[in-house]
Design a protein around this ligand. Structure first.
Ligand SMILES: NC(=O)c1ccc[n+]([C@@H]2O[C@H](COP(=O)([O-])OP(=O)(O)OC[C@H]3O[C@@H](n4cnc5c(N)ncnc54)[C@H](OP(=O)(O)O)[C@@H]3O)[C@@H](O)[C@H]2O)c1
Length: 300
């Protein structure tokens, strides 16, 4: 298949692109500079220079391929709408990359939260209402003569397979631990995030591109851990003996900003990837999060 990917120089997009190329697909992707084009070319990805705001560029790219995977920004409705409009009635495939902060709460590190699978209704915080509406619009577009699918990853860990190697939450916590000489979590650190290894996640994108029915929504996870467990593993990996300390939500905001602290690091985001396992035969194989942190790629 000919596939166009946004965010192709990034952590998820680059990893998906490399995986699809290995599987025999032709991949092009959006980059916003010549420098980024040079970063992705060695992976065999054909660069299309432009910004997400260049809607004509996006429409043209969609017209020239069999499938679009939109990864650069999980919240940009205008971009998704342009792709869906360009692909309407063509029978082509559109995959929207979302994120499980759609189920996040405001626990402030205090307690474990509710668990969601694909059948559980989502009642998002105001910050994520737009993302949920966007996901719903994508799924509904399957009634317009295209195959539209949403993949919703949880906390992603591991090393990127493309030009960008680092994800977000684990590197953020490692940097903070190094700064303070101890693992750190918000409040009691009892809040839990589901998580998925990038190597397993890309296999889900590959399977969805091949086999997902239109209108399918898939969570992606292969386990879950509290933020305190993650901070302890980071502390052991860095030689701090597993010691951790609590920080206030306000301290976390100073480190990671409002969104990063309250909606990401201090929240619960617990999902179960039931549908991908049942419908696509997805079977995650990679090291669990705490093992990867303590003994795997983060040591180097
Ligand atoms: N990483 C995770 O754990 C995770 C989990 C769930 C959901 N998500 C969501 O998934 C999306 C991608 O995540 P990621 O980790 O792959 O992020 P990333 O590594 O920062 O990659 C994002 C890519 O999108 C490109 N991009 C951003 N704005 C653009 C614009 N206006 N025009 C063209 N390209 C643009 C960036 O280009 P440059 O290279 O030029 O900066 C970058 O290559 C984000 O919305 C994120 O919130 C991430």
């Amino acid at each position: 298949m000919k596939v166009f990917i946004t965010g192709v120089a990034g952590f998820i997009g680059g990893s998906v692109a490399v995986t699809l190329i290995k599987a025999g697909h032709d991949v092009s992707g959006l980059v916003r500079s010549e420098a980024r084009a040079r970063d992705i070319e060695p992976f065999g990805i054909e660069p299309v220079i432009g910004d997400l705001g260049d809607l004509a560029v996006l429409a043209r790219a969609a017209n020239g391929v069999d499938a679009v995977i939109n990864i650069a920004n999980s919240d940009n409705r205008e971009v998704a709408d342009v792709f869906l409009k360009s692909m309407r009635g063509t029978g082509k495939t559109y995959i929207q990359s979302s994120g499980t902060s759609i189920v996040a709460d405001l626990a402030g590190g205090a307690r474990p939260g509710k668990i969601f699978d694909e059948a559980t209704p989502v009642n998002p915080l105001p910050l994520r209402a737009g993302r949920v509406a966007l996901n719903d619009a994508v799924l509904a577009a399957s009634n317009d003569g295209l195959r539209a699918v949403v993949i919703c990853p949880s906390l992603i860990y591991g090393v990127g397979l493309g030009a960008s190697k680092d994800s977000m939450q684990v590197p953020w916590m490692i940097e903070l631990a190094k700064k303070h000489g101890v693992g750190r979590h918000i409040g009691a650190g009892e809040n839990i995030w589901s998580n998925v290894h990038i190597n397993d996640l890309v296999d889900l994108y590959r399977r969805a591109l091949q086999d997902a029915p239109g209108g399918a929504f898939y969570y992606a996870e292969n386990g879950e851990n509290s933020m305190r467990e993650l901070a302890e593993a980071i502390s052991r990996m860095l030689g701090y003996g597993g010691r951790t300390e609590s920080m206030s939500v306000e301290d976390a905001v100073a480190e990671w900003g409002e969104g990063g602290a309250r909606y990401t690091m201090g929240s619960n985001s617990r999902v179960r990837a039931v549908r991908a396992r049942e419908e696509l035969g997805w079977s995650p194989l990679a090291l669990p999060l705490l093992d990867e942190v303590e003994h795997g790629c983060y040591r180097s």
